[in-house]
Design a protein around this ligand. Structure first.
Ligand code: HAM
Length: 432
């Protein structure tokens, strides 16, 4: 039967075997980021459209053609967040950032929305894990943040990843760079497509996002951002490179990296993974020292990153799901259900790490055991990685004699013992 309703194009359901991978990655993020003093922030999934237009930038692809924008019933223009940095900055300004002790260290995880052409690794609803370090202007802040990021990736088993870094000029230096880019392109008399023409006019830095291979190959010979840096910016960049090297982060400089959002000042970085297909950008970030003031707040320097969580999970070498022993309690018939409930609870209390499932179909012990054995044949659909399956068959014999039988499905070995010895038995089983 073909389903009447399907998930909307570019969205997907995460069933337990998948969603537990996301949960595992998120709890690793929480642990690593917490050790650097980061607390979690949760901002709304939609904001006023104006917020993204002002922060991400009118000339960007995100604002120009990828936002889910709608009018609410009162005619207000709202947008499903395409990214989370603008929301974090808005929230802090709203709370009175002047009063909050700095630096402020925040991380987040959650869905973001972009109307892009779906393909492997590119969704219209996708998830990000991000972190923002607010109130530090020194390159030591960039280095600590990037070091934390690599610590997190290392913890998940990623090895050999490299950051691409660049430094984009700000203020008058950026104007000079934009003018130089226009001057460079003009004599080539290229006929630009409508997107690139818009970029050329509104913000030539955005031409680096061009999908046109001719424009990209022309840009290879274009002026370099690094040649336009003022002394202070250059010092920032040089110091960051020194700090990253001493922290052991592998990186290389990429003069064409400008990132697809307008709010960046100075440091920008990206990490790609060869384990992904065409959509190989695993994460991106950078410094945004002007964003707080652009959005009506005080001048506050900040730096952050966001990881594409869907891509992170897809690129993982090792399965991040926790390993759990599983116990199936299988009552013979409905007469044994209450004994089964009691035994299952007792095991959960004694061994909180164990997954205890009760079979209440009343289909009988042998069918119940056969069902439990299926999980050993195909554990991939299960929420956890499985560390052994044991079955506790319960019939009138166990109920009347107040005993428990435990059968290890992998070895077939089985033991029966008094219920009051359950703690002792499980303690011994755990040590095995
Ligand atoms: P971004 O580069 O636009 O940066 O997105 C970060 C990451 O989100 C990308 O590297 C990619 O892995 C993932 N991503 C983006 N679009 C999609 C999609 N359609 N499907 C799946 N994954 C996707 C930002 O969002 C900035 N807010 C990062 C930042 C934080 N900068 C400073 N602080």
């Amino acid at each position: 039967m073909s389903p009447r309703y399907r998930a909307v194009k570019g969205t997907r359901d995460l069933l337990p075997s998948e969603s537990e991978r996301f949960a595992a990655v998120e709890s690793a993020a929480r642990e690593v980021f917490r050790s650097y003093g980061y607390g979690e922030i949760r901002t709304p999934s939609f904001e006023s459209t104006e917020l993204f237009a002002r922060s991400v930038g009118e000339a960007t692809d995100i604002v120009h053609k990828e936002m889910y924008t709608f009018l609410d019933r009162k005619g207000r223009s709202l947008t499903l967040r395409p990214e989370n940095t603008a929301g974090v900055v808005r929230a802090l300004i709203e709370r009175g950032i002047q009063e909050i002790p700095r630096p402020i260290r925040l991380w987040y995880q959650g869905p973001q929305f972009r109307y892009e052409q779906p393909q492997a690794g590119r969704y219209r609803e996708f998830r990000q894990i991000g972190a923002e370090l607010i109130g530090v202007s020194s390159p030591a802040g960039d280095a600590e943040l990037i070091g934390m990021l690599f610590g997190f990736l290392g913890r998940l088993g990623f090895a050999g990843l490299q950051a691409r870094i660049n430094c984009v000029p700000t203020g008058p230096a950026r104007e000079a760079f934009s003018a130089a880019l226009r001057d460079f392109l003009r004599p080539h008399g290229m006929r630009l497509g409508p997107d690139d023409q818009r970029r050329f006019e509104q913000n030539p830095l955005r031409l680096f996002d061009s999908k046109d291979p001719d424009v990209q190959s022309l840009l290879q010979g274009a002026p370099r951002t690094l040649d336009f840096l003022e002394n202070r910016s250059r010092d920032h960049h040089e110091e960051l490179k020194r700090l990253l090297s001493s922290r052991g982060v592998t990186f290389h400089e990429d003069a064409s990296l400008v990132r697809g959002l307008d709010y960046y000042t100075l440091t920008v970085f990206e990490v790609s993974s060869s384990a992904l297909g065409a959509q190989d950008a695993l994460l991106g970030g950078g410094r945004y020292d002007d964003l707080f003031s652009e959005l009506g707040g005080p001048e506050v320097p900040a730096v952050g990153f966001a990881i594409g969580e869907d891509r992170l999970v897809a690129a993982l070498g090792a399965d991040p799901r926790p390993v759990r022993p599983v116990v199936f309690v299988v009552p013979d018939s409905s007469l044994d259900f209450s004994y089964a409930l009691a035994i299952a609870n007792q095991i959960r209390t004694l061994l909180p790490d164990v997954v205890v499932e009760s079979d209440f179909t009343g289909r009988g012990i042998s069918k119940g055991i056969a069902k439990a054995a299926q999980i050993l044949k195909d554990p991939s659909q299960y929420a956890f990685r499985i560390d052994g399956v044991r079955v506790v068959p319960l019939g009138s014999r166990e109920r009347e004699s107040d005993t428990v039988t435990m059968k290890d499905l992998a070895t077939g070995s089985q033991e029966t013992f008094p219920r009051k010895a359950l703690a002792e038995y499980l303690g011994a089983a755990r040590k095995q």
